[in-house]
Design a protein around this ligand. Structure first.
Ligand SMILES: Cc1ncc(COP(=O)(O)O)c(C=O)c1O
Length: 368
């Protein structure tokens, strides 16, 4: 079976973990510091702070931006739930707005319509590995004096106008979960150019303690610390991020070239000025395609090709958010796209034969 995602674990990762194990220093230590320094360099950010998950990174980032009970944060309903839950963890309100069809990301104009006196921040997502429409959203945030936290969990190494993902807001948050473009098993990182925000993130990660004044608690915090074991894996992966992303881009190019003229399939768009790193290669199976999405998926599965639906239902239609008063029809674009999206394997360990099997199977099905 060709899986839709597959972590790459080479000798470098195994050796790096063994080295930490042998050192006896398993918890947060020198490898975490090194990962932070290398991550900041990679993103061309002044600071990076590592966490034990992307969720923790978003939670800490929002905290550092001053999001608190009574505030509202505007975000997209077409994302993983970990984008929205940290808003609720801080006692703030999740305010969804609809997305754009071309990049599946937040629609800045729709976001602006949701701004009121309670709005504190906007939380756009670089979904599937493509940076959101920063230029429009940044102007809106500026006009209304709002902070931006960029959920770059799926977009390490992506770029817009030559600038790296993570830099399109006051804080950028990454996930190093096992299936991400680079991973540490579980893990997360925030990047920022602002020293005060970085320090607030560091404290929040460690029960409100600063690294300078141990056992002095400045504010509430959690245990969100990354282990050195995780950082060792992350460091080994970070060295290969450009190789991994280049392979994803090459695979995506081939898929887009070969599948270009199939009636009813809409292929992923790379918007002008963007370097899309294809965390997912997500097509749309529209009503003009020869079969339903479910039938197409079942056929691909029979051919040994795994696919994924990210996401089968926008967040506002889950019981968790329906309780907050959302209903079907609130975000028509997200609702429509969730019935159409299908992610094909694009990961760097696909062989040429596997990629050809995916392409030929789809072409053959479309012709039948
Ligand atoms: C868009 C998005 N936001 C947030 C997260 C949360 O990251 P993690 O699973 O590392 O907590 C993920 C990844 O799972 C994600 O894809």
């Amino acid at each position: 079976m060709i899986n839709v995602s597959k972590p790459i674990i080479d000798k470098e990762e195994i050796d790096a973990v063994m080295e930490v194990m042998k050192s006896g220093m398993l918890a947060q230590g020198p490898r975490v510091k090194e990962l932070e320094s290398e991550f900041a360099k990679f993103c061309e950010a002044n600071f990076a702070v590592a966490f034990n998950s992307g969720t923790a990174a978003i939670h800490s980032g929002l905290y550092a931006l001053g999001v608190k009970a009574g505030d509202e944060v505007i975000t997209t309903p077409f994302t993983f739930v970990a984008t929205a839950n940290p808003i609720l963890m801080l006692g703030a309100k999740v305010v969804f707005c609809d997305i754009k069809e071309d990049d599946f990301n937040i629609d800045p104009e729709k976001a602006e319509e949701k701004i009121n006196k309670y709005t504190r921040a906007i939380l756009p997502v670089d979904l599937f590995g493509q940076v959101y429409d920063y230029h429009k959203l940044e102007k809106i945030a500026g006009r209304h004096n709002l902070k931006i936290l960029e959920d770059a969990c799926q977009a390490v190494g992506a770029e817009q106008s030559g600038k790296k993902a993570g830099k399109f807001g006051d804080i950028g948050a990454f996930s190093l979960y096992a299936t991400k473009n680079i991973m540490s098993g579980e893990g997360g990182v925030v990047v920022t150019d602002n020293e005060d925000l970085a320090e607030k993130c560091r404290r929040f990660r460690h029960h409100g303690q600063s690294e300078q004044t141990k056992y002095e608690y400045w504010d509430i915090g959690f245990n969100y610390r990354m282990m050195d074991i995780q950082a060792a894996i992350g460091l080994a992966q970070l060295k290969k991020v450009e190789i991994f992303n280049a392979k994803r881009i090459e695979n995506a190019k081939k898929l887009s070239h070969e599948l270009a003229d199939i009636k009813g399939l809409v292929l992923p768009q790379v918007l002008e000025g963007n370097k899309h790193v294809f965390h997912q290669y997500t097509i749309r199976v529209t009503e003009n395609f020869k079969s339903t999405r479910a039938e197409f998926m079942a056929y691909l599965k029979e051919q040994g090709i795994g696919t994924g639906i990210y996401y089968p239902k926008p967040l506002h239609l889950h019981p968790h958010f329906l309780k907050m008063g959302y209903k079907a029809g609130d975000f028509p674009v997200a609702e429509k796209l969730s019935t159409e999206v299908l992610s094909l394997p694009v990961h760097p360990s696909l062989t040429e034969d596997e990629l050809n099997l995916i392409i030929n199977s789809i072409k053959c099905y479309a012709k039948q």
